[in-house]
Design a protein around this ligand. Sequence first.
Ligand code: GLP
Length: 241
Amino acid sequence: MDLIIVDDYEALSRAGADWLVEAIQVKPDANIVVATGETPMGVYRELAERRSRGLIDTSRLHVFELDAYLGLPPDDRRSLFGWARRSFIEPLGIPEANIVRLASDAPTAVEACRVYDAAVRRAGGFDISILGLGPNGHLGFNEPPSLPDASTRIVDLTPESIKSNARYWVGEEVVPRQALTCGMDLLLSARRTLLVVSGVHKHEVLHRVIEGPQTPDVPASYLQSASDVTVLADRAAWQGL
Ligand code: GLP
């Protein structure tokens, strides 16, 4: 694991965009799985800004959805796909044909997971993975406990995740109780991973991810064994100040 610590969220967004620009220049048609959540938003804004200045071509990327609330249509504003569309897909000019969804509104979600898994494998796996860190150590919605071979599947959200996602809904009681997530197996075999972590509330879990034992109780700790992982954190997360 490489570790990059920067002063604040602005610096994190710039450093994340630098990392992504370099990764995309190496492979302009990369398969990329992208997290939503608040942390990577600055990175995506910075990347879109660089694209608008003609510094990077993102139009050949193939984008894979990371996770989705079960049963929520993609055009619902609260859907994670809608969020990925507004923050990444549209600002970066990704063509519709280059998007692979985790179709949480499909008649059978189990089938949607199978179709997604097959599509990722057919495409040759992920070249680039951009991940945020759940306050309970989850990646995507691979909630604790999740083993490294956990596949793309339907998961029950933990009370902690329901609570932390309540800020995007009108209240905790309306947050969906289940979600679909890209599996740990696919995420851990990505060729390059950027884990972005910001804020004092992630301090403890960040250190468990980097220094603790690899355990299903902190699914992100398995990144210690994945290849080419960069952890990008701000001082608040790193020092807990
Ligand atoms: C959410 C999402 C994750 C995201 C994480 C962290 O529950 N399922 O994909 O990475 O939590 O979100 P944030 O960056 O807002 O802290």
